[in-house]
Design a protein around this ligand. Structure first.
Ligand code: ATP
Length: 581
């Protein structure tokens, strides 16, 4: 190595040109590449797919070919070159453009993969929490993609810093470090190389080291900024839900599925009940403004919500997966909504038992705790409609029961109308005054929960409402059914039309009678679960399930009483299956 012969002034100039051009090129790429990476993920269509292919092209081209392509685009004979008086070639601007062209795919590909990994449900939740599209992009999409984008930016800078082939074609002057290396090698040979290469490698290593600098763990940083939430007695200083009639009609098509629903209700505790794929979540998303109907209207308290975007509807939405932002600790999570009321946030975090978990990230919470955080966040800003999409589906039976009871208690305290989506009839009956039954995108029945439970419109509605072993019978009076064998059962609720019916009763709502009741025989005894045995009993001509103490066994005679309010009765149709026995 010829250390003495090194031209330090020229070397420094070339080094500065490379550092400055690589930095400018990276900025340029970031400005265009980050939004482009996002659009490539979120905007569907062939045009975008083609664009995604084209932007990767520089990776496949030999750098010299990229340089020639750029000469066609930027050279003094091109329209752009003429417009700029040839300033885009053989100049510092030319170096920046050549470096940007060749290194851009590194950032675009990294940004695209990072954005693709962000769950769109998180963006949806942020929108329903009042954030405008730009804020959703900044606080959710960009925040969650940051590590991947930073890695892509580092690759972009390093690729730009080392870029030679395209640069030498577009801008031979001023010398960048790679071009200077090439020139020095041509005139002085190998002995001139080490004094040039050593600083180049050191600069690259320094930039890499700076980018690897550890940041404080997210949780710790977030918690440090979290205002302490004082423990206080529960005092949800909010009134019960005011009457605000909800009225919506939606017609919506997607992938061969057609949703055609309409509902008018004045109740404040509502439930949409239906089998999987019946359109429950789609209805909630249309209400929240996260999808647009092909045709439809939605008004709440006489106000037209349909014309407003999701962030302006004043709706709190808790999706099936809770939509917690993985980079925010509980305290930030709860205050994430636009217009979040700190006093309300304090009350709900306290009441939901989250006060000791404020510094934790979602990944450090149990599923039940995550569900509470999502609920606290939804309730901590003023809103008029609370949309809950199967909030308990991920929980075990015990926790499910506990949280269900808690939610039932909250419903008394919150000033919002709540709409719960579920396929669990028990949940629906506990948490709603009015039901909307959906089947295959159509409304099967709607109205007061108890009335629908007792009088399902048909067999499908009855099954959605939990009727399993339905039996045949005959309505012989407005409140009496004949189930064969001379047994008449009393039925509560609306008067029945005389004629053939089907009926069912929940196994837990039949009781053994000491005296009175109806004579029945145990015809099947199942295993004991939770201290109770599931039996099949014959009563009159009907067979139905019954949960009893484990002492009862096969062929035993018993006397049963059935609460008239717990019987479900619906008209028998020609297509209904015959009774099981
Ligand atoms: N974004 C979408 N793109 C295409 N099809 C969709 C989309 N969203 C919903 N669908 C379709 O609409 C239908 C109803 O879906 P939806 O999620 O509303 O059902 P659901 O009743 O909530 O079911 P589950 O109880 O399983 O959540 C389904 O056939 C589903 O495939």
């Amino acid at each position: 190595a010829d250390w003495r012969g090194a031209d330090l002034a020229a070397l420094s100039r070339a080094g500065l040109v490379s550092i400055a051009s690589a930095t400018l090129a990276s900025l340029l790429v970031a400005l265009g590449g980050i939004p482009l990476g996002y659009l490539l993920v979120r905007v569907p269509g062939r045009g975008m797919a083609l664009l995604g292919f084209v932007v990767q092209l520089p990776l496949a081209l030999p750098p010299l070919a990229s340089g020639i392509l750029l000469l066609f685009l930027l050279g003094y004979a091109s329209p752009l070159g003429r417009l700029t008086g040839g300033m885009l070639t053989d100049s510092f601007a030319g170096i920046v453009l050549a470096e940007a062209f060749v290194s851009a795919p590194f950032l675009i590909v990294a940004a695209r993969s990072s954005f693709a990994a962000v769950d769109p449900a998180l963006e949806d939740v942020a929108a329903t929490l009042g954030h405008r599209p730009w804020a959703v992009f900044r606080h959710v999409s960009l925040a969650l993609s940051r590590p991947g984008i930073q890695a892509g930016l580092l690759l972009t800078w390093l690729r730009a810093f080392g870029e030679f082939g395209a640069t030498v074609m577009v801008a031979y002057h001023p010398y960048s470090l790679p071009v200077y290396t090439y020139v020095a090698f041509g005139s002085e040979g190998l002995p001139a190389m080490l004094p040039i290469l050593l600083p180049a490698v050191l600069i690259a290593m320094l930039v890499m080291a700076l980018s690897l600098r550890r940041r404080a763990p997210v949780a710790a940083r977030q918690a440090a900024g979290a205002a302490p939430v004082a423990m206080r007695a529960p005092s949800p200083a909010v009134a019960a839900a005011p009457e605000q009639p909800l009225d919506f009609t939606f017609l919506w098509h997607r992938n061969g599925f057609e949703l055609d629903v309409a509902w008018q209700t004045r109740a404040s505790r509502l439930c949409i009940l239906g089998a999987s794929g019946s359109g429950k979540s789609a209805t909630l998303r249309l209400l929240a403004g996260l999808d647009n109907p092909d045709r439809g209207t939605v008004t709440l308290g006489g106000e037209d919500l349909g014309a407003r975007p999701a962030h302006a509807r004043g709706i709190a939405y808790v999706p099936q997966t809770f939509g917690l932002l993985p980079h925010l600790a509980v305290a930030q999570q709860v205050r994430f909504g636009v217009g979040c009321d700190p006093e309300r946030a304090r009350v709900w975090t306290d009441r939901l038992g989250l006060s000791d978990l404020l510094h934790r990230l979602p990944v450090e919470l149990s599923v039940g705790q995550q569900q509470r955080v999502a609920l606290a966040r939804a309730l901590s800003r003023p809103g008029r409609l609370l949309l809950l999409d199967e909030p308990f589906s991920a929980l075990d039976a015990t926790l499910r029961g506990e949280l269900r009871d808690e939610l039932a208690a909250f419903q008394q305290d919150i000033e919002m109308t709540s709409i719960l989506v579920t396929h669990d009839p028990e949940e629906a009956l506990l948490l709603a005054d009015e039901l909307l039954l959906l089947d295959g995108g159509r409304v099967l029945q709607s109205g007061p929960a108890e009335a629908i439970f007792r009088r399902p419109a048909n067999e499908v509605a009855a099954r959605l409402l939990g009727a399993r072993m339905a039996a045949a019978g005959q309505a012989v009076a407005p409140h009496s059914i004949d189930i064969g064998g001379g047994i008449l059962l009393e039925v509560a609720g609306e008067a029945l039309p005389i004629g053939p019916i089907r009926w069912a009763v929940h196994p837990g709502r039949v009781a053994l009678a000491e005296a009175g009741g109806h004579p029945a025989t145990v015809i099947e005894a199942g295993p004991v679960r939770g201290g109770r045995r599931r039996l099949l009993v014959r009563l009159g001509d009907s067979v139905f399930p019954f949960d009893a103490n484990p002492g009862l066994s096969h062929s035993q005679s018993v006397r049963l009483s059935i609460d008239p309010a717990s019987l479900q009765v619906w008209p028998r149709q020609m297509l209904d299956l015959p009774t099981r026995h």
